[in-house]
Write a protein that binds this ligand. Sequence first.
Ligand code: F1P
Length: 304
Amino acid sequence: NVTLSEIKRTPELLKQVESVPFKLEKGKRYLFVGCGSSYNLGYIAAEMLNKNGYEADVVTGGKIVALGDFPEADVAFFISRTGESTETVLAAKALKKRGIYTISIVCAKDAELSKTCEENIELPFADEESVVMTGSFSTILYMILRGIKRYSIDGIEGFLGKSFEYVDRLELKKFSHFVFLGFDELYGLAKESALKVQEMALQWVEFHEPLDYRHGPKATLTEKTLVVMYSKDTAYEVELAKELKQMGAGVVYIGKEGDIEIPYQDGFETPVRILPVQYLAYKKAVSLGLNPDKPKNLTKSVKL
Ligand code: F1P
């Protein structure tokens, strides 16, 4: 059972992230490129850079390959756990040709992507056996966020223990529709959460901005819907959570005094906030008799 052990070893992985092997500069335009979870990671990173005074954008490797289209940039980070996803490798080749400085971030040694980029950041200790990306996601994200601000995630084992117990108490059998809500970097986290539940548990998933959920998507809400709110603890989000509960959905509020108590810390908590939901996806898969280590129609890295 590799997926579960990889989720659970994340605190240990985060402790191994010490140095920040790149230096962000104000005035430079950064671009994050990736596929799947690695794109979601880049999305969160770009949001975080922008709100901390840097200039950043994000694009999928697939869009660069198919459309030849990408935002202007001085430096591009290519994120890939395996370093082998075809679109990410091809995108790196294309951007390098266009004179953009290319940096790879991978959890492997001597990957194709590392051979392509001018500078390489390798985190082989965070490599995973599982198809689905879990601990490596938090590790890469934490390393990038430490480029904005040196910080450490103290007491992580404590709140993880509690939040996993909360997930254990959830009656997951009841739910077959999973909705993830969050603003800005938490929108990226909502997208990643939806992907985890989709990949591991093959469920109907959605992700939205919190208040936008009222503008149409809530039409499909039933008592089989589980809404996970990654909250910035605004009064509006607190109200929305109450409203959705009254409408009959199950609601998991992640925030201050939440069902899962991981307070909003300007987005620097995102590498930790994803963990209970990865565990939830795992548990839902197991409750259906699925093997989360072997997701349907998926391989560890997707080749074109
Ligand atoms: C990207 C990715 C993963 C996904 C699955 C297929 O891989 O799309 O996000 O979970 O494993 O590949 P990578 O480029 O980060 O190796």
